[in-house]
Design a protein around this ligand. Structure first.
Ligand code: CA
Length: 229
């Protein structure tokens, strides 16, 4: 038996809001709605949704403001709804802690698939285990040991930290700036290019074909994510 998941849809364009509500109720979700940022914050508190679908362009408090405020107290999964032109906002949103984004216009199928993926990941990361397994990669965090198909792989500390960060939240997009922040405490290289260099080395060590990576995937123009499917 599945419990019905509740989605808070934050969207000021009524036509889109209605479409989204129809898609989601059709797919078996419970839907609550807010049409501006203030309402989104109070609905999030009152309704305790399982996830939030957040339009970025809202009157008053915009989607980024709402995401920033929500993240002070809540780790509820957030998917941003963005227009094609909002690439900078998308990156800022991910850095504020949004989990994913969908670009308008989107298909109902894509929307539902993304929501299910984010909900599934949110459930999986709650366990927070010490050993992460994805296909034939195993990461033993306390022992700082990584194996690929049973074979030990030697990683530098920076590579290990990058891999663990990505793999702890499969599918979640990390921007280069976020990953850079992470490795800055470890090494003194402070250019975003150094993230790419570490990723390149990491791929050589764990991917069967580093040019077509299964695990460390590039999100074009944004950053990287760990592939879990
Ligand atoms: Ca809007």
């Amino acid at each position: 038996m599945h419990t019905v998941k509740k989605v808070l849809v934050v969207e000021d364009e009524l036509k889109i809001a209605r479409l989204v509500r129809d898609y989601l109720t059709g797919a078996g979700f419970a839907v609550v709605e807010a049409t501006d940022g203030e309402a989104a914050l109070s609905m999030a508190r009152a309704e305790r949704p399982d996830m939030i679908l957040m339009d970025l362009g809202l009157p008053g408090l915009d989607g980024l403001d709402v995401t920033r405020r929500l993240r002070q107290t809540s780790s509820v999964p957030i998917i941003m709804l963005t227009a094609r032109a909002e690439e900078t906002d998308r990156v800022v949103g991910l850095e504020l802690g949004a989990d994913d984004y969908i670009t308008k216009p989107f298909s109902p199928k894509e929307l539902v698939a993304r929501i299910r993926a984010v909900l599934r990941r949110a459930e999986n990361t709650l366990g927070g285990g010490d050993v992460i397994t994805a296909r034939d990669v195993t990461i033993d965090i306390p022992k700082m040991r990584v194996t690929v198909a049973g074979e030990n792989v030697e990683l530098t500390t920076s590579e290990f930290e990058l891999l663990v960060t990505l793999a702890r939240h499969p599918g979640r997009i990390y921007t280069r700036a976020q990953l850079l922040e992470l490795i800055k405490g470890i090494s003194f290289e402070s250019y975003e290019r150094s993230v790419d260099a570490h990723i390149k080395n990491l791929r050589k060590k764990i991917e069967h074909d580093p040019r077509r990576p299964l695990y460390i995937q590039t999100v074009y123009g944004v950053g990287y994510r760990f592939g879990d499917e």
